[in-house]
Design a protein. Structure first.
Length: 449
């Protein structure tokens, strides 16, 4: 029996996935709005046989305190994901193309049509990352003072996904006849307008004006680590971006989410969990450590403080970086990124770090792995063998350097160990992920009531 292969994805972050990386001498100015930079990383990753390139998003500029945010590259000047992914589709032929679209600020029809269009354009490589959005800056762009409560956002998200799946099931395979002699464009018996009645959405006879996609339907990704997020993922997702701070944390998350699948009539292989890992690989570990130290040194003190304040959902401007964060000023619970909130609160209560120390440890669930190709491969193999992940979702502190280093140095080592493919076995993202191609009518009959 052939050894199982890990699945690999990465988050684009053209200016690098580190708060100091945009200031580094190696980072291109304006890379996040330069289509040539997107072309380059997609082609590098496809050369490395990655399953997926992923474009994250936040539909907002963080504007207050303006002086602080003027020092942070956090989705401040970036292309919209579907636009960037379509550009990458034109210069690649195999790699999967995933992007974020929020259930709080889109409408289901728009998401269904956009990602179905990308699936057609790319020949079956599209993936939608479902998020509920977790910033009040975004709320203001859509006429709200703040985001709705966490539980409300996830109830809407669940309905939203059901409606999108319903739109993707509008047409049966072979519905479009193009019968010029008989004058029939499509078979009317293979059109199924959507009827849906829920708390948030009422669809009366809606239909997507686009035939079934090459994958049957695009891949659905989830990244929520809260209880509501894990429940939604187990019910609806094809891929989950998991917590990966260490093997124990990653395995606990993996076992938790996989353990929920049976209650939804799903087998373990129907959902792939890609554990989040930030890494720097260099020919020597000292070079990797020096790279991270250089980036850490580029993070302004105000940025360090604001990163913690954002995830703790509280004002820390009155504290110096050498002060300890008193538990008395913390909210009782997080409403935005609850996993990040809980991690920092636990650290405050158990370790009583200074604000500076808390800022340095605030990697949002992912410590940065540093090492040689062999050391990085050892760590990934250990995590994979422990069944803490089906693969990995990488963030590279520097781009395109980090991705290129991984493809040139680590991919051959993983291949030598029999842990990663040596060629693409299929043409679609579902092929790469070893997920079934679905009938366009799958999961639509039970949607709505």
């Amino acid at each position: 029996m052939a050894r199982e292969h890990m699945h690999l994805a990465f988050s684009a972050h053209l200016s690098g996935a580190h708060q100091g990386s945009w200031r580094d001498r190696a980072t291109r100015e304006g890379a996040d709005v330069d289509v040539r930079s997107f072309h380059e990383i997609a082609q590098i990753a496809e050369r490395g046989l990655f399953d997926l390139v992923f474009v994250a998003d936040s539909p907002a500029v963080r504007s207050e305190p303006r002086e602080v945010y003027s020092r942070i590259q956090h989705f401040t000047n970036v292309l919209e994901p579907l636009t960037a992914l379509t550009a990458m589709a034109a210069v690649t032929s195999r790699i999967g193309l995933g992007g974020t679209a929020s259930t709080s600020f889109y409408e289901p029809f728009n998401v269904g049509r956009l990602f179905a269009s990308l699936d057609h354009i790319s020949g079956g490589r599209a993936a939608w990352n479902v998020v509920t959005t977790a910033t009040d800056f975004a709320a203001k762009n859509f006429g709200l003072d703040r985001m709705p409560a966490h539980a409300d956002r996830y109830r809407r998200a669940r309905e939203f996904i059901e409606v999108v799946l319903g739109f993707w099931g509008t047409w049966e395979d072979g519905a479009f006849l193009y019968d010029k002699e008989g004058g029939r464009l499509f078979d009317p018996d293979k059109l199924h307008p959507l009827e849906y009645s829920g708390e948030f959405f009422q669809i009366k006879g809606g239909a997507l004006n686009l035939e079934p996609t090459p994958q049957g339907r695009p891949v659905v990704i989830q990244a929520g680590a809260s209880e509501a997020g894990k429940a939604l993922a187990a019910e609806t997702a094809d891929v989950v971006f998991g917590v990966g701070k260490d093997i124990a944390t990653a395995k606990a998350f993996y076992d938790d989410v996989k353990g929920r699948l049976r209650s939804f009539g799903r087998g373990e292989s129907s959902l792939k969990i890609l554990s989040g890992v930030s890494l720097i690989v260099k020919p020597t570990k000292a070079e990797a450590e020096d790279t991270l130290a250089r980036l850490d040194g580029l993070v302004h003190d105000d940025v360090l403080r604001q990163g913690v304040a954002m995830d703790l959902e509280t004002d820390l401007s009155h504290l110096s970086l050498d002060d300890h964060v008193p538990a008395s000023i913390l909210p009782k619970q997080g409403n935005l990124h609850t996993e990040y909130f809980n991690t920092l609160v636990t650290a405050i209560r158990e370790k009583n770090p200074t604000l500076r120390e808390l800022g340095r440890m605030n990697h949002r669930g992912n410590d940065t792995l540093l090492g040689t190709p062999q050391q990085i491969a050892d760590e990934l193999e250990e995590r994979f063998a422990a069944k803490s992940a089906d693969g990995f979702m990488f963030q590279f502190p520097l781009q395109p350097e980090g991705l290129s280093d991984f493809v040139e140095l680590v991919v051959p080592e993983l291949q030598r160990r029999g842990l990663f493919r040596t060629a693409y076995a299929g043409a679609t993202l579902r092929d790469h992920l070893e997920l079934p191609h679905l009938s366009p009518r799958a999961q639509t009959d039970s949607a709505g009531a």
